[in-house]
Design a protein around this ligand. Sequence first.
Ligand code: PMP
Length: 442
Amino acid sequence: MTDQPADGQRPSNLFYLASLRRPLVDRADGIYIWDQTGRRFIDGSSGAMVVNIGHGNRTVIEAMKRQMDRVTFAYRLHFENEPAEELARQLAAHMPEGLDRMFFVSGGSEAVESCIKLARQWAVATNQPQRWKVVTRFPSYHGGTIGSLSVTGDDALVESFRPLLRAMPTVPAPVTWRDRDNFSPEERGVRYADMLEERILEEGPETVLAFIMEPIGGAATAALVAPDSYYSRIREICDRFGVLLIHDEVMSGAGRSGRFLGGDHWDCLPDIVAMSKGIGSGYAPLGAMAASSRLVQPLLDAGGFQHGHTYAGNPLACAAGLAVLGEMDRLHLIDNAAAMGDALMGELLELRKRFPFIADVRGKGLLIGAEMVADPETLAPIEPGKKAYQRLLDHAYARGLIIYARRVKGGLDGDNFIVAPPMVVTREQVDEIVSILGDSLE
Ligand code: PMP
């Protein structure tokens, strides 16, 4: 049986978002992607901030072919494999010192689940079984599986699944630009971080296991960056209460921010990191969790990490990840992300002068977001109840530019968009993106 198509649509057995039917994709190269009618699009959001090294990288494809000729799958309980070992070694070399133990999965939600389960097992192995709560921020996005959804602060995504397995405590995300007070940005950073302390005290510090945050916001907060003071204060509070700090770098990691990890911009070393998207860069479904030996060793001593997914650490995905990392280094893509990110930020700040409804532009490297409101003084939303962001998406799409845009229910009232092209983007291509974006905003 095939779904009955609406007028003019293809029949399909797939179901995603019922209203959203898109053209069939044909091929892709660099920052461009073509549909089967030959129409070209600029992939201005790298899919959903995934294809960090750009489409069609021959070196990665050849490395994957070589791996496919040897072996594509070997179950990790039966065999270890060299690509996984080498990828773990090389990822550790790109990470802050101390985050040296890796665990591979197939995506971002699995990586977040792994972080929570690692933290739980660490608590049990270190005689703190009463610690189970994972404080999260609102708004935030941490994944679509029921566990990662339990720490996601986004009402629209969560409401149909309530009651969740167990709703987790939240603190407000540091959306400091919206505050109308006399505090300096650094003072606001500290005030937002201190809300974590208040929440931990309310919950009972002995029950709080971890705090999870995106160091640079993503789907829920469009590249939200907090004042510098926020990050060090959060670390201090976690340390004071023995709470583990989990950084969800699924979107902000793998070089996109102009440093390997988004968190590398601040002096705030997390205990556990979730990664995905850019480390496989769309060539293979790949996710990773990084943690310190201090954390991992007690539970290994207590019998091992009770967690795993069938495709965890499979040789083909790891060979792809290894080649992606190699290309990121060989082509100096992290430096390019920093430089092109500065250029893009500069141009978006210019667009903001042209369109006063763009009330805030923020981000790092090639993860840049903007928030649109009807009135930047009162922060009144554009067309409450309607989807202004969807109109922007559609206008850009019609002009051959793909961006990422949303409004988070129960969260920021603003309509957000993210511009995050692949890290191979050139200066001329940045100009092209901004020019189309300007026409679409008009
Ligand atoms: N965490 C963050 C910060 C994300 O941006 C995403 C994906 N948008 C996820 C987790 C979930 O990743 P996946 O869709 O690969 O499961």
